[in-house]
Design a binder for this molecule. Structure first.
Ligand SMILES: *Cc1c(COP(=O)(O)O)cnc(C)c1O
Length: 374
């Protein structure tokens, strides 16, 4: 009896491949750190902050526990709290709004542009009030939101005082007009969550800013609001960057631009493979970094395509099925945001990582074609 050929599994992302070229070097430095007992506030943490600041072209980087904490530190360090409003695009990971609430301020949900899935400036114009203290655009899926355009709008509205906090969790390494995402506003939050373009071996994050006072406050807040040992000047957090994560990140950072270029190439390959299919294909600019390759499936067919791909052992996922304004903590009295809600029903993210092979991409395309041919 002959067995049917086994289905080749194509994962959404393969973390083991990314670490491969630097695994030995990381393990060597980890062993040294273990021997020294240097786990927190060690030399690698400080070195990583300096290297990231240089990479981004910013004055300060403050390492912390996660991307969520980096955004929270940014909100707090900019003095945003109770009574304040922060405009956020509703189509993002929950942390974007959550940190605003954690700081005691109110997230005001804005709709997105249908083409880019990024914050819609028309919405900003509509929802700006005298209580608006900041705007937190998200460089979603690795696509850079144009902060300069937003700043021009704010200036025209007589509101140049409104701060811009970039959620750069998904776009480290991306550039727009020669500048890195994460260097464009008053502060930025970066995530090194293991599926992000630059991945730690666990949770880690960093805040980036050109503002000396914001950096100093963030440094205090990440360590219990403690400018000097056992003198506490405000309520802070325990959100330091641990040394083992810093070591992993220091070995990977020099490879990030190469990895991001590989993602671009894979996105181009997908565009060719999917030509002619009734799919909305994602567009990104030359400096964007393809954190996700997210297609739009119209006509209510997204769920059926997702199931077809799961059955064909193709990794895929829905980022994000609902807007944050539709989540339980925010749903009461929330506005309708039709573009966000339509995106939630249509998006499907396909395998995307720097090591994805041409053969794997052909397998993905074949499965997608089968679905539309049926
Ligand atoms: C991952 C992510 C975060 C949170 O980062 P963590 O490191 O997981 O805390 C925030 N915003 C967006 C858009 C993200 O994708």
């Amino acid at each position: 009896m002959t067995k049917a050929a086994p289905l080749t599994h194509v994962p959404l992302i393969d973390l083991s491949l990314q670490v491969k070229p630097v695994k030995a070097a990381i393990l060597k430095d980890w062993a040294e750190a273990l021997d020294k007992g240097a786990y927190i506030n060690g030399p690698h943490g400080k070195a990583l902050e300096a290297e990231l600041a240089k990479f981004l072209g910013v004055k300060h980087v403050v390492g912390c526990n996660s991307g969520t904490d980096a955004l929270l530190l940014a909100v707090r360090a900019l003095g945003i709290g109770p009574g304040d409003e922060v405009l956020v695009p509703s189509f993002s990971f929950f942390a974007t709004a959550e940190v605003v609430s954690l700081a005691g301020a109110k997230p005001v949900f804005c709709d997105i542009r249908p083409d880019s899935c990024l914050l819609d400036l028309g919405e900003v114009r509509k929802k700006l009030t005298r209580r608006t203290k900041a705007i937190m655009p998200v460089h979603l899926f690795g696509r850079v939101f144009d902060v300069a355009e937003l700043k021009a709008l704010l200036k025209k509205a007589g509101r140049a005082d409104v701060k811009v906090i970039e959620d750069t969790a998904q776009a480290l390494g991306a550039t727009l007009k020669g500048k890195r995402a994460g260097s464009l506003g008053e502060a930025a939050g970066i995530s090194f969550y293991p599926t992000k373009n630059l991945a730690a071996a666990g949770d880690a994050g960093a805040l980036a800013t050109n503002d000396d006072a914001v950096a100093a406050t963030a440094r205090r807040l990440r360590e219990h609001g403690m400018p000097q040992r056992y003198t506490h000047t405000e309520i802070g957090y325990n959100s330091r960057l641990d040394e083992l994560q810093a070591i992993a990140l220091r070995h990977k950072l020099p490879l990030l631009d190469r990895w991001n270029a590989a993602r671009r190439q894979r996105a181009e390959r997908y565009a060719k493979l999917f030509k002619g299919l009734p799919l909305g294909l994602p567009q990104q600019g030359a400096g964007d970094v393809w954190h996700q390759y997210t297609v739009r499936v119209k006509g209510g067919k997204r769920e059926a395509l997702r199931q077809h791909l799961v059955a064909a052992k193709i990794g895929c996922s829905v980022f994000y099925p609902t807007g944050m304004h539709q989540q339980k903590p925010y749903a009461k009295g929330a506005p309708k945001l039709p573009v966000t809600e339509a995106a939630g029903a249509e998006v499907l993210s396909l395998p995307m990582f720097a090591e994805l092979t041409a053969a794997q991409q052909s397998t993905v395309a074949k499965a997608v074609r089968e679905f539309f041919a049926a």
